[in-house]
Write a protein that binds this ligand. Structure first.
Ligand SMILES: Cc1ncc(COP(=O)(O)O)c(C=O)c1O
Length: 412
């Protein structure tokens, strides 16, 4: 059987190669609409009886090729690409939840995900219960008859906590609740959700998938499940579609009505990204290990947090879940905010910017940027300290990255 790196380069060859003049790259179909030879064909396309393309908010050939390839990547039953990682998360929860429902989520979250749960979903009558997922007992206690999903990031961004996903999946199974995992940081290359009972996997394509942060995008990978029969909002869909109920409702109603479609041009860039993704992740993981070890041994660094370090609480779990490769993120602590700013401003090659999995190394002070509008106690709850820096290690020569950090640390 072919390795995933080969599959991501070739996809599934089909006759469209002839239609596309045997082009070795998927063409960019930058069109809003598609025409039909007959009115009958148009009717059957609208009824979903054929897979003809109708309108690019709903389906588009370039986006569709990316969906096929991501489906292969994650070993999922369905894939739907959307305009951003946040669109992936919001489409999932609008499909699962109605007013009066609740979800259980890890309290360690990317800032906009936290805000979507704490503010946006709340305003529609859906309660997010923020739980420390390391305490599986607490998880049990928060679940009730209105719980529609358990959500977590693996590892959490930026704390880099790796949860015991096997035990959490077992709890989700016991209660017939879908488990939703944000696999942006690892991608299916480093963590295979389909082996761990995950029902829905979401990514921000903006990171590794886009080929080093070339474009914004997101994806929802759905694994077939009988759990949909326990979601009141999906009862009728389950009667009609069985284990595909979630995907059908998402694709046929929610995604179309919210309108957060991926542009064909971004899909093209993300297809190019998939051709080199395994190569880039392998290299970035090697770089990240070397930079982590350097930071961990530097006297001016108060603490380095990475599951790669043998004394990390999450080291054994990283070996078990990801084969010991955890992507490009490291977080480390300097004395205080002023020291962080002095260090960051002294960097010569590493860029001050948000995002991660860029080919360029990039650095951010989370407390004053991504989490700037959280209260002090909210930040404490989420383990976002004033001395914390998040570094996204890039693909540059690793000695150049270390040299830049080393010279900047002299300013601390
Ligand atoms: C873990 C995680 N999930 C989701 C998102 C949202 O992705 P996007 O910016 O593509 O909407 C981000 C963004 O940084 C993220 O870090």
């Amino acid at each position: 059987m072919q390795h995933i790196s080969s599959k991501l380069i070739h996809g599934i060859p089909d006759n469209s190669d002839n239609i596309n003049h045997r082009s070795l790259k998927t063409p960019i179909y930058e069109t809003a609409s598609f025409d039909f030879e007959t009115t009958e064909e148009m009717e059957s396309a609208f009824k979903g009886e054929s897979d003809a393309f109708t309108y690019s908010r709903i389906t588009n050939p370039t986006v569709s090729e990316l969906e096929k390839r991501l489906k292969l990547f994650g070993g999922a039953a369905h894939c739907l690409c959307v305009s951003s990682g946040m669109a992936a998360i919001s489409n999932v929860f609008v499909t699962l939840c109605a007013s009066g429902d609740n979800i259980i989520t890890s309290k360690y979250l990317f800032g906009n995900t936290w805000s979507f749960f704490a503010k946006t979903l709340k305003s529609f009558g859906v309660e997010a219960r923020f739980v420390d997922m390391e305490d599986t007992k607490a998880l049990h206690q928060h679940i009730d008859k209105n719980t529609r999903a358990i959500f977590l990031e693996l590892p959490t961004n930026p704390q880099l906590i790796l949860f015991d996903v096997k035990s959490i999946a077992a709890i989700a199974q016991q209660h017939n609740i879908p488990l939703v995992v944000d696999n942006t940081v690892l991608t299916p290359y480093l963590f295979n959700c389909s082996n761990y009972g995950v029902d829905i996997e979401v990514f921000s394509n903006t990171k590794f998938i886009s080929g080093g942060a070339t474009s914004i995008g997101g994806a929802i990978l759905v694994h077939n499940s009988e759990k949909w029969s326990h979601i009141p909002k999906l009862t009728q869909d389950y009667q009609k579609w069985g284990s595909q109920a979630f995907y059908k409702r998402l694709y046929k109603e929610i995604f179309r009505n919210l309108g957060a479609c991926l542009s064909p041009n971004s899909a093209y860039l993300q297809l190019l990204g998939l051709e080199t993704i395994t190569l880039r992740i392998d290299k970035v993981c090697d770089n990240t290990l070397a930079v982590t070890n350097f930071l961990a041994n530097h006297p001016n660094v108060k603490q380095t947090n990475s599951p790669l370090l043998p004394d990390s609480t999450y080291h054994d779990r990283a070996n078990e879940l990801t084969g010991g490769k955890t992507g490009c993120l490291i977080n480390f602590e300097l004395e205080n905010k002023t020291t962080c700013y002095r260090f960051m401003d002294a960097l010569k090659m590493i860029r001050r910017g948000t995002n991660f999995c860029d080919n360029k190394s990039m650095i951010i002070h989370p407390a004053s940027t991504i989490y700037w509008d959280l209260t002090v106690s909210e930040k404490e709850e989420m383990r976002i300290s004033e001395g914390m820096i998040r570094l996204s290690v890039g693909l540059e020569n690793v000695q150049d990255i270390i040299d830049d950090i080393n010279q900047a640390l002299k300013h601390c």
